[in-house]
Write a protein of this length. Structure first.
Length: 133
């Protein structure tokens, strides 16, 4: 199971391979935009979530998040993406999540709206594969 830090660590080389320069990243111990990348004057803000906790002291460490936790993570991430879209209208905005059946179901149910709002969704597989929906 991938935690948030794992997702960031897989996403960064994918973005670099697609000619994005990584400007900054945050891990689960810091606040701010999870991944900020830049290409040809375009700034890309990406909110990231995993499928389990990265914190060893957490009761969820090593265990998958529950369905309701995953729903809450998606809701919070979408809110942050919408806030970023409002704040940075000329920038690209995205979400990157560990690829789980529950995350897929949730994103499939809202994908048409995310597409209209130009919010990209990356699903990150445990084998390191990145899928852009």
């Amino acid at each position: 199971m991938l935690n948030e830090n794992d997702v960031v660590n897989i996403l960064i080389p994918y973005l670099a391979k697609n000619n994005w320069e990584i400007v900054s990243t945050c891990d689960t111990r810091t606040q701010g935009d999870d991944v900020v990348a830049k290409k040809e004057g375009n700034v890309f803000y990406i909110e990231v979530k995993g499928a389990t906790s990265s914190k060893t002291e957490s009761s969820r460490y090593g265990l998958p998040f529950s369905s309701s936790q995953m729903r809450d993570h998606v809701a919070v991430a979408v809110l942050k993406a919408l806030q970023t879209r409002t704040r940075c209208q000329q920038s690209s905005v995205g979400l990157a999540f560990a690829d789980t059946p529950r995350h897929r179901t949730l994103f499939n149910s809202i994908f048409p709206c995310l597409k209209l709002l130009e919010i990209d969704v990356f699903l990150i597989k445990e084998n390191g594969e990145v899928e852009l929906l």
